[in-house]
Design a protein around this ligand. Structure first.
Ligand code: SAM
Length: 451
């Protein structure tokens, strides 16, 4: 077997991320954009000792659960790798991913996945890279998303995950860049000005636009064009990032227009959001996710609670009125600034926000107060071991672990189980429809003999 070889195969199953799986020459073959039960011609794209990656180049026998042909799938799968799979099959793939990843001795319950009523056009945040194509003396500015495992931009033709207004804003920015001949950053040559655009929107229909560039540049004309065309735009920032890095946003935000924040509402509370503050990308599913976490938490008026990795305080403030006191810990200073403002806006007095790394800051709470419950909602890389060690030493009776990275959650849950905790139940939540990512909420209790 060698690279680019083609084979006719039957796809035996899905892997946990929804790739097709078959076998050739005693190796497991993962097939992009092919579905269980399909017959396909595949092309080998990379070869390893025990497994091989490939992509489908022709579907000979189509699955009844396929909703998009291969040509369309190839165009869109960089942004949404389960775009070709019907929604019921997508949910089964995600439930199966949770079952196969969380391996534990506990006799825990897996609840049915929390479905989305709207698996398309749900994203309230887009980060869109810009590029340019030069032919003879003509240049075309393009924008889109990166093709899988590359920095080649695939132009967005129609918006599948985001909304119509964001698409129109992007189109206007592209026209402006062409018309005013603004150079586009070329990461191989490390030359050029314009890099990316971030657009955020809220349930109140407030939009925030962040223009990411390598140097300061006068965008007054663009700001006028955007704000006269789109009344929903409440805030425009410039973010200057001169580093050659995969991290899109630097700390250098400069407000070009409007308000420094936009307003979100989550479960009846108002939240101001700065561009650097984390906000869940799917508003409706976020509310269902929190409600499920609060059900598991069984909040009581006499509880002291920690909300670790709290962002702008959306969990912290939503539980404050139901408990005695809640501490929110978060590393991004702007998110904590938002959280403290959000506390005032919502007239809450029993929440304390702490700015710093959870692994350091939680130590300061060890001898302060008896903590009854802790929420963790870390980024995809999961919790720092040092943080888990402190939680274990504090003998906190109940943990609600919200995770967007199932394999790191499995790793952390194992550590907690080896140290006196028992996984009781886990609920998958479809926060990232049409992609193979799956959010989970887990409940762990401290076993009786450890209390
Ligand atoms: C998945 S978000 C969750 C935020 C919040 N719970 C929510 O639902 O909006 C993870 C948050 O953890 C923060 N973070 C990342 N590493 C951290 C650390 N070591 N200590 C504290 N916060 C951290 C990020 O800035 C981000 O706001």
């Amino acid at each position: 077997m060698k690279l680019n070889d083609e084979y006719k195969v039957m796809i035996e199953s899905f892997d946990m991320n929804g790739l097709g799986v078959c076998h050739l020459d005693n190796k497991v073959v993962f097939v992009e954009n092919a579905m269980e039960g399909e017959e396909a011609i595949i092309k080998i794209t990379s070869i390893h000792s025990k497994y091989v990656f490939s992509k489908a180049i022709e579907i000979l026998k189509k699955s009844p659960h396929r909703i998009l042909d291969l040509e369309e799938t190839n165009k869109l799968s960089g942004e949404a790798d389960l775009i070709h799979v019907d929604y019921e099959t997508e949910l089964k793939i995600k439930e199966n991913k949770v079952k196969t990843t969380i391996k534990t001795d506990s006799n825990y319950k897996i609840n049915p996945i929390i479905k989305s009523d709207n698996p398309y056009n749900y994203r309230n945040k887009v980060m869109v890279p810009f590029g340019e194509i030069k032919e003879d003396d003509e240049r075309e500015v393009v924008y889109g998303f990166y093709a899988k495992k590359s920095h080649n931009i695939i132009p967005i033709e129609n918006d599948i995950l985001t909304n119509e207004t964001s698409s129109q804003i992007l189109y206007l920015i592209q026209r402006y860049l062409m018309l005013f001949n603004v150079s586009i950053y070329d990461e191989t040559k490390q030359k050029g000005i314009f890099r990316e655009v971030m657009i955020r929107n809220t349930i109140n229909n407030d939009f925030m636009v962040v223009l990411v560039t390598t140097v300061n540049h006068d965008f007054q004309r663009l700001v006028e064009m955007l704000t006269s065309e789109f009344k929903e735009i409440k805030s425009i920032y410039l973010n200057i990032n001169s580093k050659n890095t995969n991290v899109v946003l630097s700390d250098d935000f400069r407000l070009l227009y409007g308000s420094p924040t936009i307003k979100e509402n989550i479960l009846g509370l108002d939240f101001e959001v700065y561009p650097a503050s984390f906000m869940q990308v799917n508003h409706n599913q976020c509310e269902k996710l929190y409600e499920e976490a609060f059900r598991m938490a069984d909040l009581k008026k006499d509880m002291n609670v920690i909300d670790a990795y709290c962002g702008m305080g959306s969990i912290t403030l939503n539980i404050a009125k139901k408990v005695k006191h809640v501490y929110g810990i978060e590393i991004v200073p702007d998110a904590i600034k938002n959280a403290n403002n959000n506390k005032i806006i919502n007239n809450i007095s029993n929440a304390t926000f702490i700015c710093g790394a959870c692994e350091d800051e939680i130590k300061k709470l060890v001898n302060k107060e008896k903590i009854d419950l802790i929420f963790f909602d870390p980024p995809r890389k999961g919790c720092a071991k040092e943080f888990l060690d402190t939680v274990i030493s504090m003998k906190i009776p109940k943990i609600i672990y919200i995770s967007c990275g199932i394999s790191t959650a499995a790793r952390d849950i194992k550590i907690l189980e080896e140290n006196g905790y028992e996984l009781k139940e886990i609920t998958p939540c479809d926060l990232f429809s049409k992609t193979s990512h799956c959010e989970t909420i887990s409940l762990l209790n401290l076993k009786n003999d450890r209390k």
